[in-house]
Design a protein around this ligand. Structure first.
Ligand SMILES: Nc1nc2c(ncn2[C@@H]2O[C@H](COP(=O)(O)OP(=O)(O)OP(=O)(O)O)[C@@H](O)[C@H]2O)c(=O)[nH]1
Ligand SMILES: [Mg+2]
Length: 460
C-alpha cells in the first residue's frame, strides 16, 4: 500500500551512541505525537518542518517511559520520501529501539520492507531508479573512490546523460514515424542520412558508457588480483604482508597453500580482492591437485595477476608453466627474496610475460612493497578508474540495458543502410528508448522494482 505509514529502525543493529526509529507517511507526525511527549508540550504537527525537539517516548498502553529521545520533524514534500517523516533518536540500545518501534506499530504504523523509504522516494518522483540504486551503492561502498562514483550517480549524472540521449532518440523516432503516418510528405534521403548520423552518435556515446562498466565493477566489487607462482615463492607471505596480518599459513615446505585465501584491501581508495593461491607444479597429491585446479579458476576470474618468482633460484619448468596460464592477463612479474643471493636471470624471466612490469621485492625484509603497491594500482588504473571527470557505470543492470540499446540502434542503422521500410527503423529506435527508460525507471515492471529494493537494508 502506498498510502500507509511505515516504520523501521534506521540504524545498524547493536549498541551505539544513538539509534533512530524512522516513520514515513501521512500519519507519521500523529503517531510520533502519541508516542513521544515533548518537553515543550507541543504536538509534532504544530511544529515547523526540519526542527528537532526533546522529549520522552512512552509505551502507549502502560504509559511507561521507554527512553529519553530527540524527535526530528520533517514535513512533506521536502523530505527523503516526499512524505511526512518523524525520526525518533533514542539511546542506541536494541531494547529501547525495539520497544519504540513496537509502540509505533501499536499506534498504526506498518513495519517497513527493506528499501521501502527509498522506494517511496522513487514512487513519489523525487529520484529515479538509477538514483535509488546509487543509494544502495553509497551504503555498500568499500572505498572512497567507490563512494565518489555512487554519489555522482545519486546526484543524477547518469540520469542526466541518459535524458540527453533519450531526447535525441525521440527526435529521431518522431521524424521517422512522421514519415510513416504522412508518407506523401516523404522523408528525403538526406533526412534519413541525418537520422542515421544522429543514431550513430548516440550509439557511440552509449558504447563508451558501457565501456566504463569494467571500471565500475572494480569500484563496486573490488579488483580481483590472483597471486600465483610455483610453490614456495612467497605468495602467502606477500598476502600477509599486504594485509598486515598473519592470514595465510607460511612454511618452508612447498605446497603449503591448498585452498584459495581471499581477502580485501583498500589501496589508495581503490578496493582490491586478493587471492593467495596454491603453488602451481606437477603433483600427484590429490588434495594439492584440486588446489591447483582452483588456482587455474582463480586466474580465469582475475582482473590481474601477480606472478611470483623466487629470485634466489634459477627459472624452473614450473615457473614457465605458471606463466603460460597467465598469458593474456594484466600482470606484474614479482621477483621475491631479493635479500638472498640472486640466481634468477631477469632477462630470461622477463620473457615469461613480455608485457608485464618487473618488481623486485623481499617480503622477509619488507622491501619493495611500496613499489609493488604502486605498480598494482597502476595496473588497475589503466582501466580508467581514475578518470574522475568521466561518468562510470557501476551497475550490471545498467550495463546490460545500455548494451541492449546499442544492439537496437545497430539494427536501426542496418535497416537504414538496407533501405528497409521506416516501420522497422522506428521500431528499433523505440526499442532502444525502452532499454534506456528501464534504467531510470520510466519503463519498469513491479518485478524489477521489487528486486532492486530488496537489495536494501530495512530502514533505508
Ligand atoms: N629469504 C626470504 N624468504 C622468504 C621471503 N618471502 C618468503 N620467504 C620464505 O619462503 C618460504 C615459502 O613462503 P610461502 O609464503 O609459504 O610461499 P608460497 O608461495 O605461499 O608457497 P606455497 O603455498 O607452497 O605455494 C617460507 O619459508 C618463507 O618464510 C623473502 O622475501 N626472503
Ligand atoms: Mg602459500
Amino acid at each position: 500500500m502506498k498510502n500507509d505509514t511505515i516504520a523501521a529502525i534506521a540504524t545498524a543493529p547493536g549498541e551505539s551512541g544513538i539509534g533512530i526509529v524512522r516513520l514515513s507517511g501521512p500519519d507519521a507526525l500523529a503517531i510520533a505525537g502519541r508516542l513521544v511527549t515533548l518537553k515543550s508540550g507541543k504536538k509534532p504537527k504544530s511544529l515547523s518542518t526540519h526542527t528537532i525537539h526533546y522529549g520522552h517516548a512512552a509505551d502507549p498502553v502502560t504509559s511507561e517511559i521507554i527512553d529519553e529521545v530527540i524527535l526530528s520533524v520533517m514535513k512533506a514534500p521536502g523530505t527523503y520520501t516526499r512524505e511526512d517523516i518523524a525520526e525518533i533518536n533514542c539511546h542506541g540500545g536494541m531494547i529501547s529501539l525495539r520497544r519504540t518501534l513496537e509502540a509505533a506499530v501499536a499506534l498504526g504504523a506498518r513495519l517497513a520492507e527493506p528499501g521501502e523509504f527509498t522506494k517511496r522516494a522513487y514512487l513519489n518522483g523525487r529520484i529515479d531508479l538509477a538514483q535509488a540504486e546509487a543509494v544502495v551503492d553509497i551504503i555498500k561502498a568499500k572505498t572512497s573512490e567507490s563512494l565518489k562514483a555512487a554519489v555522482s550517480q545519486l546526484k543524477g549524472r547518469l540520469s542526466g546523460e541518459l535524458k540527453e540521449i533519450t531526447e535525441k532518440l525521440k527526435t529521431a523516432a518522431a521524424l521517422v514515424e512522421a514519415n510513416i503516418e504522412f508518407p506523401e510528405e516523404g522523408l528525403e534521403s538526406t533526412d534519413l542520412k541525418k537520422t542515421g548520423r544522429a543514431i550513430k552518435g548516440v550509439k557511440a556515446r552509449l558504447q563508451a558508457l558501457a565501456g566504463t562498466a569494467d571500471a565500475g565493477k572494480i569500484l563496486r566489487e573490488g579488483a580481483k588480483v590472483s597471486i600465483i607462482g610455483r610453490p614456495n615463492t612467497g605468495k602467502s607471505s606477500l598476502l600477509n604482508e599486504l594485509l598486515d596480518e598473519e592470514r595465510a599459513i607460511v612454511t618452508h615446505l612447498p605446497g603449503t597453500t591448498r585452498d584459495i585465501i581471499e581477502e580485501s584491501i583498500n589501496l589508495d581508495g581503490i578496493p582490491f580482492v586478493l587471492s593467495d593461491t596454491a603453488g602451481i607444479r606437477e603433483s600427484s597429491d590429490l588434495i594439492e591437485k584440486k588446489g591447483i585446479q582452483r588456482t587455474f579458476n582463480s586466474i580465469e576470474a582475475a582482473d590481474a595477476v601477480l606472478l611470483m618468482l623466487d629470485g634466489s633460484a634459477a627459472l624452473s619448468a614450473d615457473d614457465v608453466e605458471t606463466a603460460k596460464r597467465a598469458r593474456g592477463k594484466k600482470a606484474l612479474l614479482v621477483i621475491n627474496k631479493s635479500d638472498l643471493t640472486q640466481k634468477l636471470n631477469e632477462k630470461e624471466a622477463g620473457k615469461l610475460l613480455p608485457d608485464a612490469k618487473i618488481v623486485r621485492i623481499s617480503v622477509l625484509r619488507a622491501k619493495g612493497i611500496k613499489e609493488l603497491k604502486k605498480a598494482l594500482r597502476g595496473l588497475i588504473e589503466e582501466k580508467g578508474i581514475r578518470g574522475r571527470e568521466e561518468l562510470i557505470i557501476t551497475n550490471l543492470r545498467h550495463k546490460l540495458l545500455i548494451e541492449g540499446a546499442v544492439t537496437s540502434l545497430g539494427n536501426a542503422l542496418l535497416s537504414i543502410e538496407k533501405g528497409m521500410s521506416e516501420e522497422f527503423i522506428a521500431l528499433d529506435i523505440r526499442g532502444a528508448l525502452d532499454y534506456l527508460g528501464a534504467i531510470t525507471g520510466k519503463v519498469s515492471t513491479d518485478d524489477i522494482i521489487n528486486k532492486i529494493f530488496a537489495d536494501f537494508c530495512v530502514g533505508k
